[in-house]
Design a protein around this ligand. Structure first.
Ligand code: SF4
Length: 505
């Protein structure tokens, strides 16, 4: 089929044969277009592993489709638009069809290009269903949404009631690390695929001016569905039974602990959330995984992941630029690797990011985003950096995670209060952080004061106008009112923010 016919345009995060764009397609009668866009690859600095993952997964998927009999046009182009134009010139299809992109910007782009869209079914709840559910409500929390989806899917349900009598076992997912946690996690190392010829041949797909950082590719992340299924099998059979208790724990030098390491495959399309959720629920039903582990995982995928997609698609147009706390500081050079840091918790988290393009969720929330919120770092700058740094980051997931959950920049659309803490929380939930740190997590003033502890009081002080009316912050503000050293805290906080910006903290 050289000319005419139908072209299905497959985007780089839609790499699944059973999604709406490809499910019912006859390989012999369908042409597939895939575009590796120079503009996308140069729009921000990327971690080398993220870049490798996305481009290589596209190439493997293109090869699989070609093996199946599809006519595949995988091309590098200056932009997505230019890639389509070149394809139209070469093949003159009668129609170009695509699955609605996950991001609003992507959908708008295709809307301008006369491409026929089919609804995105890479999620369990389409955002239009989300919009209908939230319509007329003053606010819809993740918990509201999650219970609705549990009832809709029947997962972990006993009739109309949740299995075990409680919807949410979060209190049983937040135990501090125990002495053997890192050793226990190391017993089940990540699946690693040795690089092959395709992995070795990435450079020809990259523009000369691409900006990269971080450690090179080491085969940790799945670039094909077969590889993704091997990682799902590892998690479900070997890690899931241990997943429940320590989801919020941090241990120095133990980068993956008992986390699933599946988010990259889910967000690329190599795995579908339905098969992942069904697999973990089946383990519970068979008595092989405890309820707090399975419920906690389901809450992340069926709850948070889907909720954030709905938020990203229904929030105001300028949502990514919201900044309720007026945070105006630039991205600290410690995050970009331009400066070292003596903050042990931050250094360990950034080592994980450098080595693996990954930090687990509590490092992202309570170290990186917490520090950014406390120090007044521009939320948009943090979003951009995280998008390039994390192997699982895309616009639709990063914007609500940072603007809503991480930094409270949306003023409370997603989170009911800012997720901020001082050093005491980090100490309680970690091993090998505060005890080995140059700073003292119990001090809020003086040169040895923990930056988190100082800035925690300072951020409450600086943002009284916005935050004081929040019922969930009544106790912290009562405690702030009892501090006798607020002038010294303000002084030290100014020093800490300056040192963070200068890369000397
Ligand atoms: Fe992090 Fe403060 Fe603990 Fe150091 S003392 S590891 S900066 S929380």
């Amino acid at each position: 089929m050289d000319r005419g016919g139908t072209t299905v345009w497959v985007w780089g995060d839609q790499l699944h044969r059973d999604l709406a764009h490809l499910r019912d397609r006859d390989p012999g009668a369908t042409r597939v277009l895939m575009v590796v866009s120079d503009r996308k690859l140069t729009e921000r600095p990327w971690h080398r592993q993220k870049l490798h993952l996305v481009v290589t997964a596209m190439r493997r998927f293109a090869a699989e489709l070609a093996d199946e009999g599809f006519a595949v046009d995988l091309r590098r182009a200056p932009s997505m638009r230019a890639g389509l134009a070149a394809h139209l010139d070469a093949h003159a299809p009668d129609a170009v069809v695509a699955m609605e992109p996950a991001s609003r910007a992507g959908t708008a782009t295709l809307g301008r290009l006369d491409v026929e869209l089919v609804p995105n079914d890479h999620f369990l709840c389409h955002w239009e269903e989300f919009a209908a559910f939230t319509a007329g409500r003053r606010r819809t929390t993740m918990e509201d949404f999650y219970r609705w989806r549990r009832a809709a899917t029947g997962w972990l349900m006993d009739g109309e009631e949740p299995v075990g009598g409680r919807w949410n076992l979060d209190a049983e997912n937040r135990r501090p690390p125990h002495a053997g946690l890192a050793t226990e996690a190391a017993e089940v190392p990540p699946v690693v695929d040795p690089p092959d010829a395709l992995d070795a041949d990435l450079a020809t797909w990259l523009p000369a001016d691409v900006r990269t950082f971080g450690a090179p590719w080491d085969g940790t992340w799945a670039t094909s569905r077969t590889q993704a299924l091997a990682r799902l099998e590892r998690f479900v059979t070997r890690v899931l039974p241990r997943f429940g208790d320590h989801q919020d724990a941090m241990v120095a030098g133990a980068w993956h602990l008992n986390h699933s390491l599946l988010s990259h495959a889910l967000n690329l399309g190599l795995l579908h959330p339905r098969e992942v959720c069904e697999a973990v629920v089946a383990e519970h039903d068979a008595g092989r995984a405890p309820l707090n582990a399975v419920e906690g995982f389901l809450r992340q995928v069926l709850g948070w992941r889907e909720y954030l997609w709905g938020v990203s698609r229904t929030a105001p147009d300028d949502y990514a630029d919201e900044n309720a706390l007026g945070a105006d500081q630039p991205l600290p050079p410690a995050l970009t690797g331009a400066a070292p840091t003596e903050m042990r918790c931050l250094a360990d988290t950034l080592t994980s990011v450098h080595d693996h393009a990954y930090a687990h969720h509590i490092q992202r929330l309570m170290v990186l985003a917490n520090l950014a919120t406390l120090a007044g770092v521009q939320p948009r700058a943090l979003t951009e950096w995280m998008h390039g740094a994390f192997v699982d980051a895309y616009d639709w997931v990063m914007v609500p995670n940072v603007i809503g959950m991480g930094t409270f920049a949306d003023g409370g659309r997603v989170a009911t209060k800012p997720y901020v803490s001082g050093g005491a929380y980090v100490d309680r939930m970690s091993q090998g952080y505060c005890g080995d740190c140059r700073y003292d997590r119990s001090k809020r003033t003086g040169p040895d004061a923990c930056p988190f502890t100082t800035l925690y009081w300072d951020v409450l002080d600086r943002n009284r106008d916005v935050l004081r009316g929040n019922n969930r912050l009544a106790q912290p503000y009562a405690n702030l009112g009892r501090l006798g050293d607020l002038p010294q805290i303000r002084e030290r906080a100014a020093e800490v923010r300056a040192a963070l910006a200068a890369g000397t903290l």
